[in-house]
Design a protein around this ligand. Structure first.
Ligand SMILES: NC(=O)C1=CN([C@@H]2O[C@H](COP(=O)(O)OP(=O)(O)OC[C@H]3O[C@@H](n4cnc5c(N)ncnc54)[C@H](OP(=O)(O)O)[C@@H]3O)[C@@H](O)[C@H]2O)C=CC1
Ligand SMILES: CC(C)(CO)C(=O)C(=O)O
Length: 308
């Protein structure tokens, strides 16, 4: 298969370099990247690959069998806009973003099958030629309307054979919302207070997580999203604290974005929850406060810095 990976950051290059062992891969970027790319494995091996590279404003004339969109959530639609006119109808699109913002819109808009992926793989960029696969995880793939099952199964096999264990599922919407719920309970807090995930277990943060859980549980229930184990707030509490425990030493993605001066994925994670709260007439002051603070930060980032 010929894969285009659009958005060659941490996750994009992880997917690209894992696939490069068994398939033809082109990294599509906003700037020219080196064709020689190194993947540092979780066992600290350095694997060197040569991949195709192209700029998004000068796309290759060959037609891919699948396009993987691996930008941040807020970049996905612009990247898709830049691609759409150059792709014939029917080319499958795989959306790897967290949250639940671009997925329904691009599932409508793309002229071909759209699969969403949610993954617990972990990766970070070292530089333009090196990416670290920080920890193994698992990937679920499916379409929002539970179509394209054969395609999801085929791509799951391709990813699994390439070293990224994946499975096709018929409930990707629920899985995306579960991840979004966990991210909403953890990410804004750790990002605002500059703490590692494990510090949420301690005062004064523990009650803040519990307060967010008390807002999240009724919203998710009204949306028909059940936790993986248990029911209602008990199930969500169990899931969130399990993730906090398992990732105690991590700096969450939103904290890393804040520390690096980048835009966070707050719109994709918090805005869908607040829209759902509004639809169901539910109060969510804690989530709203986080969204307002992160929007204010995003506005400040967008301001020209001045100077002479
Ligand atoms: N990293 C991880 O371990 C995981 C990430 N995810 C999710 O995957 C998504 C990607 O995350 P991550 O890889 O960490 O993010 P990064 O910021 O590392 O990568 C995003 C990439 O997208 C590129 N990009 C943005 N806009 C465009 C565009 N219009 N055309 C082409 N390229 C573009 C950026 O390029 P530029 O350098 O030019 O800005 C950058 O290379 C997020 O939604 C994240 O939540 C999910 C699970 C794990
Ligand atoms: C689960 C969590 C919070 C782990 O850090 C994560 O997904 C993230 O960092 O975005």
């Amino acid at each position: 298969m010929r894969h285009w990976i659009v958005g060659p950051g941490a996750l994009g290059r992880l997917v690209a370099l894992r696939l490069a062992g068994t398939a033809e891969v082109t990294l599509i970027a906003r700037r020219t990247l080196p064709a020689e790319q190194t993947l540092i494995t979780p066992a600290h091996a350095a694997l060197v690959f040569r991949v195709g590279v192209a700029r998004i404003d000068a796309l290759p004339s060959t037609i891919p069998d699948a396009v993987h969109l691996t930008t941040k959530a807020h970049g996905a639609e612009a990247a898709h806009d830049a691609l759409a006119d150059h792709l014939p109808d029917g080319v499958p699109l795989v959306l790897w973003q967290n949250g639940f913002a671009c997925q329904p819109r691009l599932s409508e808009r793309h002229a071909g099958p759209v699969l969403c992926a949610t993954t617990t793989e972990g990766a970070h960029v070292q530089d333009d030629a090196r990416v670290t696969h920080a920890g193994h995880g698992h990937t679920f793939l499916g379409s929002l309307d539970d179509r394209h099952r054969a395609l999801a199964a085929q791509l799951a096999d391709v990813l699994s054979s390439a070293g990224l264990p994946a499975e096709a599922v018929d409930d990707i919407r629920r899985r995306l919302w579960r991840k979004l719920a966990v991210n909403a309970a953890i990410n804004p807090l750790v990002a605002r207070f500059g703490i590692r995930n494990g510090e949420l277990r301690d005062a004064p943060f523990r009650p803040r997580v519990e307060a967010l859980l008390a807002e999240l549980a009724p919203i998710l229930s009204a949306e028909g999203i059940a936790p993986p184990h248990g029911e209602g707030i008990t199930g969500w509490r169990r899931l969130v604290w399990q993730v906090v425990e398992a990732t105690a030493a991590n700096r969450a993605s939103m904290l890393q974005d804040v520390q690096a001066g980048r835009l966070t994925e707050h719109e994709a994670i918090l805005a869908p929850l607040l829209a759902a709260a509004k639809r169901h007439g539910l109060a969510a002051p804690g989530l709203a406060d986080h969204l307002a603070a992160l929007r204010a930060r995003a506005d400040a980032l967008a301001q020209p810095t001045g100077g002479c």
